[in-house]
Ligand binder design. Structure first.
Ligand SMILES: NC(=O)c1ccc[n+]([C@@H]2O[C@H](COP(=O)([O-])OP(=O)(O)OC[C@H]3O[C@@H](n4cnc5c(N)ncnc54)[C@H](O)[C@@H]3O)[C@@H](O)[C@H]2O)c1
Length: 266
């Protein structure tokens, strides 16, 4: 259901890889709500071709950018302002990748070169996105910047491996940069901590299918879907959430506050 909550706003959406991606659903909802957006992803992801189809469907320009590369980010935001016709009102950082997980290294045998790359892709890129926009004065006052995270940043989920530390860092960047951006432009910065979701990044985690079912039983409302996450993102991009900043916001059907669920024992 569309209410034109984002009418007149301009946004940049990182991380739509295929139709399962959380960013894909967010992009669709943003346009439904009246926003103009650009889509971006790493050049290697663009080669898969799926994102171009989304771009065509939504009338959104697709601009390649490796989120770890400052020159790419500057070019992305310059081009986005050009095609959208002004400064940016909202940004979604929906990026995650672990080299050690992908290469099946155990947590007690991580390769540090890969860990640094993981942190750069999954967390430091968020700081780079914000610093680039901050220094080019690319955000409108009262804009909204979001990144997606997972509760393994705060509690131990052994198979999440070094992505746990990536997400802790990501959430910390939201708090710290949130201070500076609030002071400069009243821009708010938050992270949304989403339920396990069946996507390429999600299902890369060992035992994901079983874990998905466990989390679903543990959450009184069940796992939050990607579509529900997109709705929450729309609220956070809209003017209805103007005074929310520097927060890690759980969007998880209640999982984060549960101790024990009788359903698991049955
Ligand atoms: N799926 C889950 O269970 C779940 C749960 C909580 C949070 N999240 C988070 O949601 C976000 C989106 O993931 P998703 O589940 O939609 O999976 P996804 O695989 O569809 O999205 C991850 C995206 O990161 C992009 N990416 C990787 N390296 C990049 C780079 N160098 N530059 C730019 N983009 C790059 C990929 O191309 C891909 O589009 C991630 O931050 C993920 O950690 C996912």
């Amino acid at each position: 259901m569309a209410n034109q909550l984002l009418a007149g706003k301009r946004g940049v959406i990182f991380g739509a890889l295929d139709a399962n991606s959380i960013a894909w659903k967010v992009a669709e909802r943003c346009v439904e709500e009246g926003a103009k957006i650009t889509l971006t992803n790493a050049p290697v992801a663009l080669r898969m071709g799926e994102i171009q189809k989304l771009g065509e469907k939504l009338g959104a320009e697709v601009i390649p950018a490796d989120a770890t590369n400052l020159e790419d980010l500057e070019a992305l935001f310059t081009k986005s302002q050009e095609v959208l016709g002004g400064k940016i009102d909202f940004v979604l950082h929906s990026i995650g990748m672990s080299l050690n997980v992908r290469k099946k290294k155990p947590y007690t045998g991580l390769k540090y070169e890969w860990m640094q790359k993981t942190f750069d892709i999954s967390a430091i890129s968020f700081h780079k996105v914000m610093q680039t926009l901050y220094n080019m004065d690319g955000m409108n006052d009262w804009g909204s910047i979001l990144a997606l995270t997972y509760i393994a940043s705060q509690r131990v989920f052994p198979d999440y491996s070094e992505m746990a530390e990536s997400k802790s860092l990501l959430e910390s960047f939201a708090r710290s940069f949130g201070y500076h951006y609030a002071k400069k432009n009243k821009v708010r910065v938050n992270t949304i901590s989403q339920s396990p979701t069946m996507t390429t990044a999600g299902s890369g985690i060992k035992g994901f299918d079983d874990f998905f079912g466990y989390a679903d039983k543990m959450s009184p409302l069940g796992n939050a879907s990607a579509e529900a996450c997109a709705d929450y993102v729309i609220f956070m991009f809209s003017d209805l959430s103007k005074m929310i900043t520097m927060q890690n916001l759980y969007h998880d059907g209640g999982f984060s506050n549960m101790g024990m669920a009788p359903e698991i024992l049955e």
